[in-house]
Design a protein around this ligand. Structure first.
Ligand code: ADP
Length: 300
């Protein structure tokens, strides 16, 4: 017959062990981070601005240039980086040193919740005690981010890109885990509707004194397939306004190109598929800034 333990037994046994676990986890995290040249957050104000596509293409380009690159997809509910890097379906080996990240396009090491789900398209379900879905979601996200950083056998990396879901609390949490965050790329679009959210994120990053912040203006124009020219796609100058207001540079302007979306969503970052095109040029400018400003000009 099942005997339920009393509160005292539980808090005594499990409680002390829990503390050890937390300390160990903190030490593991520190040891992992010591082997990573720089950790860079990729953030945005809201979903759908192309943050994941930018992360995947930038990661592939940096890796193709000879850097050791890792990507953490911290978005639990709409993870897409594993797919965009062509790593969907990869088996993750569980080694004594930790989970071995999947290898995606150009050898990028990637960890994402979608690589851990059994069924493709299965939504992640939270148990919902008392209906506190939001609290549960945040705490699960916090735990997952800590584990993705500390319990994954990243090895030696030049750069680890962390795709942070929208929301200032997510950036704050990453800063708690990685106090020495190297920099943040903020992806936005000319028509960014929730400019105030991006502004809040930038203010937070500013307050946290993250040393390097760059803006990436995505979908900043339409690349005409017939004439090759760049036409304005959306009215709006959100990136320019944010850059002026927060005194942050724009590191790149990525054109809207349906081929970028189609190819990247299929698992082949467009910069690898069309390395001579205008989109790859634009990403090369972002990659150059990342190398110069965050990696001390380190070149492969
Ligand atoms: P987010 O991560 O911000 O939610 P995604 O990266 O998932 O957004 O992008 C949303 C969709 O837009 C994806 O299908 C993606 O491939 C596409 N996309 C992103 N940037 C571009 C672009 N510059 N040109 C064309 N399609 C793009």
């Amino acid at each position: 017959m099942t005997r339920f333990r009393t509160y005292h037994e539980v808090s005594h046994d499990t409680g002390s062990h829990l503390l050890e676990q937390v300390v160990e986890q903190g030490e593991r995290l520190k040891a992992r981070l010591d082997r990573i040249g720089t950790v860079v957050a990729v953030a945005s104000g809201k979903g759908g601005v192309g943050k994941s596509a930018v992360t995947a293409n930038l990661a592939a380009l940096l890796a193709q240039g000879g850097l050791e690159v890792g990507v953490v997809d911290a978005d639990l509910n709409g993870p897409s980086i594993g797919r965009m890097l062509g790593a969907l379906g990869a088996r993750l080996a569980d080694e004594p040193d930790g989970i071995v990240p999947a290898r995606g396009a150009a050898g990028v090491r990637v960890i994402s919740m979608e690589l851990l789900q059994d069924e493709e398209d299965a939504p992640l379900r939270w148990r919902e005690p008392g209906g506190h879905t939001y609290l549960w979601q945040s705490s699960v996200e916090a735990t997952a981010l800590r584990e993705f950083l500390g319990d994954v056998a990243w090895g030696d990396l030049d750069v680890l890109l962390v795709d942070v879901p929208p929301g200032t609390d997510k950036i704050r949490r990453l800063l708690e885990l990685v106090p020495g965050l190297g920099g943040t790329l903020v992806v936005t679009t000319p028509s960014e509707l929730s400019r105030s959210v991006v502004a809040r994120s930038l203010r937070l990053i500013h307050e946290a004194e993250v040393p390097v912040v760059g803006l990436v203006s995505n979908m900043s124009g339409y690349l005409c397939p017939d004439c090759g020219g760049l036409h304005a796609l959306f009215p709006g100058t959100a990136p320019e306004e944010l850059a002026a207001r927060f005194e942050v540079p724009i590191w790149g302007e990525i054109p809207f190109d349906p081929r970028l979306g189609a190819s990247t969503d299929r698992g082949m970052p467009w910069v690898l598929e069309d390395p001579e095109g205008a989109v790859a040029d634009a990403f090369r400018s972002v990659a150059r800034r990342v190398r110069e400003e965050l990696l001390g000009g380190r070149r492969p």
